[in-house]
Write a protein that binds this ligand. Structure first.
Ligand code: PAF
Length: 300
């Protein structure tokens, strides 16, 4: 059954109060832009498992699109999205209009992602992370349940830079919500699920698998505490003619600063995060892989 869909902030407040009055002590928020797939379903299911009340939001945020054509082209599939969220046990969908979210038009005051928002994806999509943080901040405020209700918000590991920035925003600006990361959902072959995958041809989908293959190679080397030899992983991706690599870097998971000395020829220690972006045909794909050395596994 599809959950109730509401579109105003006032309705959201009233509906969450009503849902919580029957004794709910926790609320999970799942912000999305719709065009949902199994990756989003994993967020909703994680929220369902951990909370009494689950609210999903569907809002295609104009502030995070640089190109107005991209904003127009973004798929709007509310009916199918509502069905998927209902199957995951979501209680309520907040699907506001742009006018409801930004009553005065484009907001004058916005959040800035700072330096963390300028590298990697930020270099290819100027202003994207400022717009993303601004809407996430608003959604977190709008769905805030009450001081005595545990509040969690769910984001995919797939968008690792977005996740790092939201965590940073929550910490820097004292947001009440606990930010929960949900692992990337992949196809059986390894391709990270994304609403853009639908635009790949069969040959391109096959070619795109090189991204997850290269990431897996690094994860294996990291867990064995071997040098990552990033150059060989880069060469693997570049050997695929349909793939045009944009960046491939190993970084600190929190600061996203490149781990320059931990990835070439010294044994890998601690944690890292491999970030990759590439064009496959006309489709731009991103993926990532958390890396962790496992010295115990190496000894046994
Ligand atoms: O990841 C997304 O779908 C969006 O960036 C988000 C977090 C819902 C903000 O619009």
């Amino acid at each position: 059954m599809s959950p109730r869909i509401i579109s105003t902030a006032a309705e959201l407040r009233a509906a969450t109060i009503e849902l919580l009055t029957s004794g709910g002590r926790s609320l999970g928020l799942v912000p999305t832009m719709g065009a949902l797939h199994e990756g989003h379903a994993a967020l909703a299911r994680a929220a369902r498992e951990e909370n009494d009340v689950v609210v999903a939001t569907i809002f295609v945020n104009p502030l995070q699109f640089g190109d107005p054509n991209d904003l127009d082209r973004y798929p709007r599939t509310l009916e199918a999205d509502a069905e998927l969220l209902g199957d995951c046990g979501v209680d309520l969908i907040f699907a506001p209009s742009p006018e409801e979210m930004y009553p005065g038009g484009q907001p004058l005051v916005r959040l800035s992602a700072g330096l963390l928002g300028e590298r990697f994806e930020g270099e290819f999509r100027p202003g994207h992370f400022d717009g993303m943080l601004t809407v996430v901040a608003k959604l977190l405020h709008l769905a805030w349940p009450a001081a005595d209700v545990r509040y969690r918000a769910y984001f995919g590991q797939k968008d690792a830079q977005q996740l790092a920035l939201i965590r940073r925003m929550a910490r820097d600006l004292n947001f009440a919500a606990e930010i929960r990361a949900v692992p990337t959902v992949r196809s059986a072959e390894g391709l990270a699920l994304s609403s853009r995958n639908r635009f790949l041809s069969t040959a391109e989908s096959e070619a795109a698998l090189v991204l997850s293959r290269a990431l897996r190679l690094l994860a294996e080397r990291a867990s064995r505490c071997e040098p990552l030899d990033l150059d060989s992983a880069v060469a693997l991706v570049e050997s695929q003619p349909l793939v045009k690599l944009e960046y491939f870097e190993v970084v600190d998971p929190e600061t996203l600063e490149p781990l320059a000395f931990n990835c070439r020829d010294t044994p890998f220690t601690g944690d890292g995060l491999a970030l990759i972006a590439a064009r496959v045909g006309s489709v731009r794909l991103i993926d990532n892989q958390p890396l962790a050395a496992d010295p115990v596994g190496v000894q046994s």
